[in-house]
Design a binder for this molecule. Structure first.
Ligand code: DC
Length: 335
């Protein structure tokens, strides 16, 4: 079940204006979310206390929304509230990421939804980027792109083809033969090689090291960055990686650089590995983290580094929810 939200405002409190505005809002919701009226389970309306002349639910019925449950309520009179505003929540069975619709004066209510927003989160392995980015994507209902997964898929493709990952030409030959892509299912990113889901296979410690190696080659970077930009231009999104703020999206609206000591990051990675069933001594994880940092920071093309305009967050002594709250506060202050 998905909840699609929306709101609109009317010029005057009369039945024609309310009927027109409700129809316009619902039609836009149906159109933008690629849903059928029959897939809607229920529509809930609320309107500001200054609208008396017509029930939005009745307007919805008249606009052809006849097979779903409808409900209207009036909001309390609140000083400073937007005038003559109708809010809606449409509950539907569709699985896709909801597209929320804010029209007319209501566009000011959710600038994060109506204006395209891009967030760049960079940092070394184990700094908490992906966990934090996933939560923020959910909170703002925007797309999350794990760019590291794409380099991991390149590494896996090279390993499966027996390519020499230290040799740029050998890696390029593989990437010319296979198709690396991502797809979303219920808002979750799946990473694909030739259409096959490899999301789980790319998470091994071996692939982590190989991904760091293959990502240093110019051809690999160009190919992956083109794809990342293509995905990012379609909708509001949060991308995490090593070069998002410096190279992939230099004009991102918000940039963050997460970091922590190698020891803390290795401890986190070790805990994750244990959960996934990869048994590896802590000292080995630490060694890999340090080697990966060195490779990622010292490569020639788009190395890992903080963008000048990124906010640095040192996460050693922070819980995930503290990092999330810190980032959301910064974003909401600027929206
Ligand atoms: O974030 P991760 O651990 O999944 O990334 C795996 C490797 O991919 C990382 O060591 C370096 C590379 N990478 C990159 O070069 N640029 C990115 N934007 C993301 C990852």
């Amino acid at each position: 079940m998905k909840a699609i939200r929306g709101a609109t405002t009317v010029e005057r409190d009369n039945s024609d204006d309310i009927t027109y505005a409700v129809k316009e809002l619902l039609d836009r919701i149906v159109e933008s979310n690629l849903i059928d009226k029959d897939e809607i389970v229920c529509i809930l309306f609320s309107n500001t206390a200054d609208l008396h002349s017509f029930y939005p639910a009745k307007a919805a019925r008249e606009a052809g929304f006849v097979s779903c449950a409808l409900f209207s309520s009036a909001e309390p009179q609140i000083d400073g509230a937007l005038e003559r505003c109708i809010r809606v929540m449409v509950l539907t069975e569709c699985d896709r990421q909801p597209v929320h619709i804010y029209l007319n004066g209501a566009q000011n209510l959710r600038k994060d939804l109506t204006k395209k927003m891009t967030i760049a989160v960079d940092g070394p392995a184990g700094s908490g980027k992906s966990t934090v980015s996933k939560i923020i994507a959910k909170k703002f209902d925007i797309l999350y792109l794990d760019t590291g997964a794409m380099y991991r898929a390149c590494a896996l493709a090279c390993r499966e083809c027996g390519a020499d990952t230290s040799d740029g030409q050998s890696v390029a030959n593989v990437l010319n033969k296979v198709d690396i892509d991502v797809r979303y299912e219920n808002g979750t990113q799946l990473t694909l090689i030739d259409g096959k889901d490899v999301s789980a296979k790319i998470r091994t410690p071996e692939i982590s090291m190989l991904a760091s190696e293959v990502s240093a080659h110019e051809y690999v970077r160009k190919k992956m960055v083109d794809l990342q930009r293509k995905i990012a231009q379609k909708s509001s999104c949060i991308l995490d990686g090593r070069d998002i703020g410096t190279n992939v999206l230099p004009d991102a609206d918000y940039k963050f650089y997460l970091t922590a000591s190698a020891e803390v990051r290795a401890r986190r990675r070790n805990e994750e590995n244990i959960i996934k069933g990869y048994v590896q001594p802590y000292s080995e994880v630490l060694d890999e983290i340090i080697r990966r940092d060195e490779q990622d920071k010292n490569r020639k093309f788009a190395p890992l580094c903080k963008a000048d305009d990124a906010v640095e967050i040192i996460t050693d002594n922070m819980e995930i929810n503290q990092v999330v709250d810190f980032i959301i506060n910064i974003i909401q202050r600027k929206i």
